[in-house]
Design a protein around this ligand. Sequence first.
Ligand code: PLP
Length: 381
Amino acid sequence: MSDEFSAFDIPVDRAGTGSVKWARCAGRDVLPMWVADMDFRSPEPIIAALHRRVEHGVFGYSMAHAGVAGAVCGYLRRVHGVEIEPSWIVWLPGMVVGLAQSACLAGEPGDAIMTFTPVYPPFLKVHRDAGRELIAVPLGAEGGRHTFDFEAMEQALTPRTRLVMLCSPHNPVGRVWTRAELEKLADFCVRHDLLLVSDEIHCDLLLEPQAAPHTTALKLDSLRSRAITLMAASKTYNVPGLGLCFAIIPDEQLRRRFVLTKNTFVAEISPLSFHATRAAFDECDDWRRSLCRYLRRNRDTIAAILAARAPQVKMPHIEATYLAWLDVRALGLEQPVAHFEAHGLALSNGADFGAPGFVRLNFGCPLARVEEGLARFVRAL
Ligand SMILES: Cc1ncc(COP(=O)(O)O)c(C=O)c1O
C-alpha cells in the first residue's frame, strides 16, 4: 500500500510556476486548498508523451492526431462500458466552453436553462452570454444525502425551459448519481422536451467505484437524441491547464447545431493537449486507480478529523471528486473564507456556488498537507 501511495506523498513545489491556486497565497503562510487542480505530478506516460511532442519543435494549428479518438473510444468501452462512434466526438478547448455552447443552442434568447444548486460557479453564469434565463433549483436532501427534488423541478419549470445542465458526478456535493436517479431525470427531460448537457469531468475520480459507480448519460437510451455529454482527461490526470475536453453527441442533427455555436470566441486547441489526452486514456489506468484510493484515504482522514474536533461542521459523504463541501453555518461567521484565510487556509467560497455559509476544501494533495490544512481549519474555530 505504501509503495502504491509513495508517488502521491511527494510534495511538489509549485511556487513561481504561474499556478492560479498557489499565486493567491504567494509570500504568505497560507495553504491553498481552493481552486480544483491537484498538487500531484501527472502520470509519467503523459509527461513522456508531452516530451516527445515538444521534441518535434513545430506547434502549428492542430487537430486530433491518429489514435486520440481511438483512445477515447477504447477508454469509454473499457472503463464505462459504452460504445461510441469516433464521429460523435467534438473536441473543445475546455469544459466551460462546452457548457456555454450548449446554452447557446438551447432554444432562443429568452428561453430558460435549469440547473441544480449548489453547483460549480460557471453553471450559474453561462446563460448570460447566451441571453437565456437561469432556473436554479436547490438539490433536495434525503437522509442528509443530496438528490434531485423532482417536485421542486416540476414547479420551477416554465414553458420556455429548453435545457437541463447537469454536473455528474456533482461538484461540490460529491454525489455520484445512481442509474435510478438519472433515469428519473431522463424521464423528466423527455416528458418536457428538454435537452440535457451532462458535465462528467469528474467521472473517473470515484472514491467508491463499487458502491457508487458512475453512469454516463451516454448509457441512457431515452436521451440519445437529446444529450450532450462532456468529458475530459483534465481533472483525473491533473492536466486542466492544457485545456482539452470533448463533447460526445450521438445525434447528428444536435451535433451539427452544437458545432455551429463554435463562434469567434472559441480558441483553437493546443497540440500538446491531444497528446496528453491520448496517453491518459491509453496508458494510465493503474495510476488512476491508485490516485482514487489515495484520495479516498484523504477524504476519510478529513471526515475523521471533523467528527472528532469540529462536529459542528458538516460534510456530506463525498463519493467522487477531491473536493470537500463543508457546511460552516453553525460557526456564525460573516465572511467564512476571509476568516479561514486569516488563519492560514485558502478555501473556495460557497457563495460562488449559490450557497453562502459553505466553503469547499480541495484535498487533491499529499496526505501531510491535508492534515496540516485540517489542523489550521480546526485552529480557526
Ligand atoms: C464540474 C466542472 N466543470 C468544468 C470545470 C472546468 O473545466 P475547464 O477548465 O475544462 O473549462 C470544472 C473545474 O473545476 C468543474 O468542476
